[in-house]
Design a protein around this ligand. Sequence first.
Ligand code: SF4
Length: 479
Amino acid sequence: MPAVTTSTAPRPTACPGLARIVAALDGGICRIKLPCGELSAEQACALADAAGRYASGVVDVTNRANLQLRGVRSGDESALTQALIDAGLGPDGRSDASGSTDQTAQSSQSATSLAADDVRNVMVSPAAGRDPQASIDTTPLAHDILERLRTDTRLHALSAKFALLLDGGERLAMLDHPHDIWLAAMPSAHAEAPLFAFGLAGCPPVAGDGAASCDVTRATLAAVEPQHAGMLVAALLHTFLDLAEPDMTRMRDLLGVRSVDELMRHVESRIDFPLVCHESIRAWRRAPADASLRLGAHRQRTDDLYHVGGQAPLGRLNAASLRGLAALARELGNATLRMTPWQSVLLPDVPSRHVTAAIDALSALGLACRSGDPLTRLIACTGSTGCAKGLADTKADAMQLALRLPAGVDVHLSGCPRSCAAAHCAPHTLLAVAPGRYDLYQRDALPLQSGFGCCVARHMTIDEAAAHLSRQPWSPIDA
Ligand code: SF4
């Protein structure tokens, strides 16, 4: 048995949370973590009310399918947090779910609950349970893991950035964001139900991805039967806490000092079921995903129901558009919204007779529903209007670039090297160096290349960048 450090103190974090309102140039930031990206229409209205009453009304969709309120007013932080908990947006869901009227019991529950807020980082496809290509619905497993994260207080020592991916094999899936732990459904030759393959500090391997075969961050370690997946995740999380030094926040930090074999031996000492480990599992690749399915209408697994989606321009909504989305979900869908890791919004369960009306209504709210729209190919961080580190107004510059963006080109604008808007390496990145000036970086053929790629031009204006991108030969990376 390897030596253990049993680190259980919470990792310090500067990330915003439900009760950790982080100061920025434009006021406080409050982040609301959504289980499986889901928000009821009622919660969306409560959130819109809170955004108007206690903050600036700006609501950002994050690249982890969560929401973030900006411009929280000084002195209103506690009232905002309480309003969000009252709307069932805390880790416990509805704060009055127990029916308790005991104020002491409720505040004690809130304290425990808020300690669990940071670790609610489980991503699934926004079409989980609905995607016709998926081999399993990952939402029950996601809720099982979220409940373990909420109730096992030792797990509250994980970093607020420690994140898990559950991949059910959907066509609509984000596979480029590295996760500390990933599980992906893979067909089993011996059983009707798929197995869950898993890996650490990376992403599931994808068929046709030339880099996957030699990339350790896409290596499949083993697989488990679906009924063991929740216990496997618990064992992996505890293994991290057993072996990681207190200053290590991510799985890649631990893998820098301990071998995968050492970690797996530790995991196996914590479980009483077998890991399935043979060559066919290591060679397995999941089918490619299609991010364009987040836009427009697409048939779900159930006949006559569609999910209909639109891109929030640069990931930004406001209180009024959020209320409009809530009304749409009630009128045309199933009264819920799904946020996506592309910073877009999905209306699930729209009957075919309402599809055209849903697309028209999303467009009227300012969301882009066609993949040809340049706003679906641009991401930008908060930039200098809201962030002290920003060297340029990335949001305004991105809107200017949208007017001239060549077809098929995806661009990320970042106000500084921290790259808050992109958890992956975008095909092209404009990195701000001064107001209205950017260095242009281009990714090469390695999908998981770190950083922004190679710098191909310096100190460009937005017009110069647009002209440069228009002159580039079409690249398969941009497909
Ligand atoms: S990337 Fe830099 S400028 Fe942009 S929001 Fe993050 S820290 Fe601020």
